[in-house]
Write a protein that binds this ligand. Structure first.
Ligand SMILES: Nc1ncnc2c1ncn2[C@@H]1O[C@H](COP(=O)(O)OP(=O)(O)O)[C@@H](O)[C@H]1O
Ligand SMILES: [Mg+2]
Length: 483
């Protein structure tokens, strides 16, 4: 972290500074001058010398019980909601809010830092990973690990910046109105990207209009000298242009886009390549990531990186080298027996199901491995879709048929309507299997997969298909290999 004194953080958070014996410290106490220059973390095991340990009270454990462990690991102070003993600490009413204030103090102390915020219903993590690799190739860049995109994940990420950090990429997720506004107060972006407004968490939000308002909070928070990067191909996102003071850069395949893709093709493993037209020139872009949906993600990355001052050449070179950083997103494994496993089961909603099925159909083309490829879609339930859940599942079945999926395996009762939709759209019953759980799916696949088959796994996070996909990826001719 950027080194900050404990009294500075006490002021920023409105905390009472308490010593190692649990007593409030006086105006000249040495504790005030303690320097936090190590990692700021919520897990005592991740403390290092100079750390601030953030003690959260979670569902399963009370972080206050680990203050001693944090100190032994090198932490110099803790952030707590009650007095403890063992080391100097900041006592606040609400640790989560105070953690946000710590992060904000860190951002305010940074010089020459450009903050990019990313939101959208699908593709935040993928885009964040791409942008981090592109900016990271040119300058010191901090970006979240995995999908750290909420009220704890964003401050954890922000606190990783150091005096040499030039770019901070923040993924901003939202499960309701006000969430992104809150995150932008902790980490105020100068550049904001809105990828799309879809169906993700529609049940919790109570409708697509609410999702749109929630995502719009990102561009509303941008300053007048900021830049809003909006998807021109998504009408709801494009309309956010009127709700920001910032300059707007449109990206997409529409002719109205300022950073535009044309001549998009997918290779036979579903990796896109396209020509990008920008205000500073034209270039050919080839991605190592699978799925056409990454074209839109890459356009947002190109626009953001240009705004950060990178050259188009540096950007396309870094994009061509960028690989997947986070797991279970169109993760492609070629098995030794010629079966290709596509594990996209990190999560699912109707939009990302459509994107994955489109990529799957591109992978149907004959290759050196197999002259004839069959595509399999192994699909589980999409959670949190609210009252339209049944129709949305049926629609996914119809989309699978539209993309000529050869075999559909529907896993679990909740995913049943996917099978109904596929049947209604004309899938032959012999090509459709409904299985009770992932074990049954595993048995079916082990029995039936053959050379050249491409198998997609996709469902919402907790439906277990990630592990099924991993298991199948490790299986060759019915026997599990390696680990
Ligand atoms: N632009 C996009 N449009 C639709 N689906 C996408 C897009 N980008 C990624 N996806 C798919 O959405 C799922 C979630 O991707 P991820 O990058 O983790 O998004 P998020 O962080 O927004 O949840 C993955 O299955 C991925 O393949
Ligand atoms: Mg994410």
């Amino acid at each position: 972290m950027i080194p900050l004194r404990l009294d500075h953080l006490a002021h920023a958070t409105g905390a009472t500074l308490v010593d190692a014996d649990g007593q409030p410290v006086g105006p000249d106490a040495a504790e005030r001058r303690l320097l936090i220059d190590g990692p700021v973390v919520t897990d005592s095991r991740e403390c290092r010398p100079g750390s601030l340990y953030v003690a959260r009270v979670g569902e399963h454990a009370d972080g206050h019980a680990f203050v001693g462990a944090a100190r032994e690991a090198g932490a110099v102070a803790a952030l707590t909601s009650r007095p403890v003993t063992g080391m100097a600490h900041l006592v606040v009413d609400d640790v989560q809010t105070a953690f946000g204030a710590v992060a904000r103090a860190v951002v305010d102390a940074a010089v020459d830092l450009t903050l990019v915020g990313i939101t959208g219903s699908s593709g935040k993590t993928s885009t964040k990973d791409l942008l981090a690799q592109v900016l990271g190739a040119s300058a010191d860049t901090v970006a979240p690990e995995g999908s750290y995109n909420g009220e704890i994940g964003v401050p954890l990420t922000v606190c990783r910046i150091t005096p040499t950090t030039r770019f901070l990429v923040a993924e901003m997720g939202s499960r309701g109105i006000g969430h992104i506004a809150y995150l932008t107060r902790i980490a105020p972006p100068r550049i904001g990207i809105v990828l799309n407004v879809g169906q993700a968490h529609i049940g919790e939000f109570g409708g697509r209009d609410n999702i749109a308002s929630a995502k719009a909070e990102l561009v509303q928070a941008l300053p007048a000298d900021g830049v809003a990067i909006l998807n021109a191909d998504d009408a709801v996102v494009a309309a956010m242009a009127s709700g920001t003071r910032a300059r707007v850069v449109f990206v997409g395949e529409s002719t109205t886009a300022d950073v535009r893709a044309e001549d998009v093709t997918l290779d036979d493993s579903g990796r896109p390549s396209f020509r990008v037209l920008t205000p500073v020139g034209v270039a050919r872009v080839t991605l190592r990531l699978h799925g056409q949906h990454h074209v839109g993600n890459a356009l947002a990355v190109i626009a953001a990186a240009l705004e950060c001052g990178l050259t188009l050449e540096a950007i396309t070179t870094a994009l061509a080298a960028a690989g997947p950083l986070s797991r279970w997103r169109m993760e492609v494994t070629e098995r030794a027996d010629g079966v290709t496993v596509v594990n996209d089961a990190y999560n699912a909603n109707p939009d990302s199901m459509g994107a994955a099925l489109r990529a799957l159909s591109a992978m149907k083309r004959p290759t050196a491995v197999a002259r004839e490829r069959r595509t399999w879609a192994v699909l589980g339930e999409m959670f949190e879709l609210g009252p339209d859940s049944r129709t949305e599942h049926e629609q996914v079945g119809a989309v699978a048929v539209a993309h000529s999926v050869d075999r559909l395996v529907v896993v679990g009762a909740g995913a049943g309507p996917i099978g109904d939709g596929a049947q209604a759209a004309g899938m032959p019953p012999a090509h459709l299997a409904r299985v009770a759980d992932t074990d049954a799916a595993y048995a079916l696949l082990t029995e039936n997969l053959r050379r050249g088959d491409v198998v997609l796994f996709k469902s919402s996070r907790d439906a277990g298909l990630r592990w099924l996909g991993d298991r199948v990826a490790k299986t060759v001719y019915g026997s599990e290999v390696g680990s």
